[in-house]
Ligand binder design. Structure first.
Ligand code: ADP
Length: 583
């Protein structure tokens, strides 16, 4: 209780009063005592002038000099301030005996002071020690230049002592009264400050607890009033902001609840902050008590918190996987960043089961159709060949030749489509059983392709930059990749063109680069070049016998090896295909 500002202020008031009264009282008392002392010296100086001494020393007519001295002193009793506390004595200058006194009782046993001794020696003793409990003055009265009497005035200081005592008593009373007033006033005054502050504190406590009450406006225009009003407007703004945030939050929650994608948000400890109903449904979750790393390890997503938090990701980490419940999902992991600091992770789950099933049935359909078409096309081709050999008319031969070319093209498309469906089926478990020397391998593929190039006067040169002697791979499939890429280089490079192949080892990759100085690929087509059936110029591609599946097959194979294939090209200048294969 005594820690409150109210009591501190009362204490300050009390201390102030005590200090003021003590200082003023002491100052007053010291000054009064000094004044009293000084007044004694002044009085003595004024009475005991040289004339006065001469008057005393003048021999009386009756010869009774003691009587003369006594009567003269007696006549100055008023000027000397003789009263109950101050008396005079006439002493014998030789013996110091009291001859006359104004106060018998007080002069009894009179002490021979320094001033008396000075007077005995014929002078005037006026030394005053302010600290001693008396003041005295002694002057010598001579007869025929011989010290005869001493007039001695002594002040017992009892008057000033009683005065200072009563003053002290008055001061103590004044102090007590002032303290009482100070306590009451301090208490009342400080209440004017502490009551609004306690009100503010109570409101602030309520505010901290989330209770917003209507704070009335303060009419006072002092600092406390301003503080109250500032607090009022702060509380109002806070209330509005919180309401807005609440509104936004519930909007976001409604959106999350109704999203068709699953959303999981995790904090940096790996604990879930939010799981929307769709995520629960997709992942068959029966409790929210999950942990990031173990949860995604269990569903084989192969993503750990550390991958996201400690390695700066420029794009979300994406995963496609099939859950134990048979659902296909696409996962996208993104970090939540607040002021450049990672604060958590959001995982968006998209159920791709329908698309996957559709894709599977589409692939199955393509595979079945391709398979079914193989026999009729072979039959068409065989019949066309037979008819061609026995045809007599030119027009017949021309038509039959077109039938044969188109039948060949269809055979190629069917072959490519079947290869792709095979790759679709087996891309996850490709057999990497062959260990090859890359140089030997490339040379053998080039030698097979050289016949086609030579027909068009093209040269294929090979430069191994450094040795890659033991590449584990699937030989047939890698050969297919090279045949497709080199085949394209031959097809899309004019006669007499130059095709170059390089192989090298870069870090942990074997890199195969095929460049040509052919027609190149327009920039707008580059992003689609690996799509199935995509051809830059359909009419031209048909002339070259292309199917639009060659690069799609090449990419499918390279990716099944865990590698990458890229194309850079400039129209009318040439093309460069780079294949990276992990060693
Ligand atoms: P295609 O069977 O038509 O060659 P690809 O999938 O192999 O199909 O290639 C797709 C398209 O990319 C081709 O139609 C062609 O226009 C273009 N292309 C591929 N390689 C080259 C190249 N080396 N130079 C120019 N264009 C190329």
């Amino acid at each position: 209780m005594f820690k409150s500002i109210q009591w501190k202020m009362v204490a300050i008031f009390v201390m102030l009063i005590v200090a003021v009264i003590t200082v003023v009282g002491s100052f007053l008392m010291i000054n009064i005592v000094n004044l009293y002392n000084r007044e004694f010296s002044v009085m003595m100086g004024q009475v005991f002038t040289d004339d006065f001494i001469m008057q005393l020393e003048q021999p009386p007519e009756d010869g009774n000099d003691l009587e003369h001295v006594s009567s003269v002193v007696q006549s100055y009793i008023g000027q000397l301030g003789i009263d109950t506390y101050r008396f005079y004595c006439i002493l014998d200058a030789k013996t110091g005996d009291i001859l006359r006194t104004s106060d018998k009782a007080r002069s009894e046993g009179l002490e021979i002071t320094g001033n008396i001794i000075t007077a005995m020696a014929g002078g005037a003793g006026s030394d005053t020690d302010f600290k001693s409990n008396y003041m005295d003055y002694a002057v010598c009265v001579k007869q025929n230049s011989v010290p005869k009497y001493i007039i001695y005035i002594k002040d017992t200081k009892e008057e000033i002592q009683s005065m200072t005592q009563s003053m002290l008593w008055i001061l103590v009373q004044a102090l007590a009264l002032s303290l009482l007033i100070a306590i009451v006033l301090g208490w009342l005054l400080s209440r004017t400050i502490t009551i609004p502050i306690s009100n503010l504190t109570r409101r602030a406590e309520k505010l901290a607890g989330g209770h917003f009450e209507n704070i009335p406006e303060s009419g006072a225009d002092d600092e406390i009033g301003m503080l109250s009003n500032t607090f009022r407007s702060m509380s109002m703004t806070l209330h509005e902001t919180i309401e807005e945030v609440k509104g936004e939050k519930s909007k976001v929650e409604i959106i999350l609840q109704n999203m068709t994608d699953g959303i999981l948000a995790f904090n940096l400890d790996g604990a879930p902050m939010h799981i929307n109903p769709e995520a629960r449904a997709i992942l068959d979750m029966d409790n929210d008590n999950i942990e990031f790393d173990s949860f995604f390890k269990n569903i084989n997503a192969n993503v750990a918190m550390g991958d996201l938090v400690y390695i700066k990701q420029t794009a979300p980490i994406e995963r496609e996987l099939c859950l134990q419940n048979g659902r296909y999902i696409h996962l996208s992991f993104t970090t939540i960043e607040i002021e450049d600091k990672i604060d958590g992770i959001v995982v968006v789950i998209h159920d791709t089961t329908k698309q996957q099933r559709l894709e599977i049935s589409r692939r199955e359909f393509v595979a079945n159709v391709s398979h079914e078409l193989r026999t009729p096309i072979t039959t068409v081709k065989t019949y066309a060949e037979t008819l061609y050999s026995s045809a007599k008319e030119d027009i017949e031969r021309r038509f039959l030749s077109v039938i044969q070319t188109e039948a060949d093209r269809m055979t190629r498309i069917i072959k490519d489509l079947l290869t792709l469906s095979q790759l679709d089926d087996n891309s996850s478990n490709v057999h990497m059983e062959d260990v090859i020397d890359l140089k030997v391998f490339i040379e053998s593929v080039i030698s097979k392709m050289e016949i086609n190039a030579a027909k068009r006067g093209q040269t294929i040169s090979y430069m191994p930059i450094n040795e890659v002697s033991a590449l584990r791979t699937n030989r047939d499939r890698l050969e297919q990749v090279l045949v497709n890429v080199l085949g394209n280089a031959i097809k899309y490079t004019p006669d007499e063109g130059r095709i170059e192949v390089f192989t090298s080892r870069v870090y942990n990759d074997a890199v195969i680069t095929v460049t040509d100085n052919g027609i190149g690929i327009p920039e707008k087509d580059l992003p689609h070049i690996f799509d199935r059936f995509y051809r830059v110029d359909k009419a031209r591609a048909r002339d070259t016998g292309g199917t639009g599946l060659g690069l799609a097959i090449a990419r499918q194979i390279v990716e099944s090896f865990g590698g990458k294939i890229n194309i850079t090209s400039e129209q009318d200048k040439g093309t460069e295909v780079t294949i990276n294969l992990p060693l």
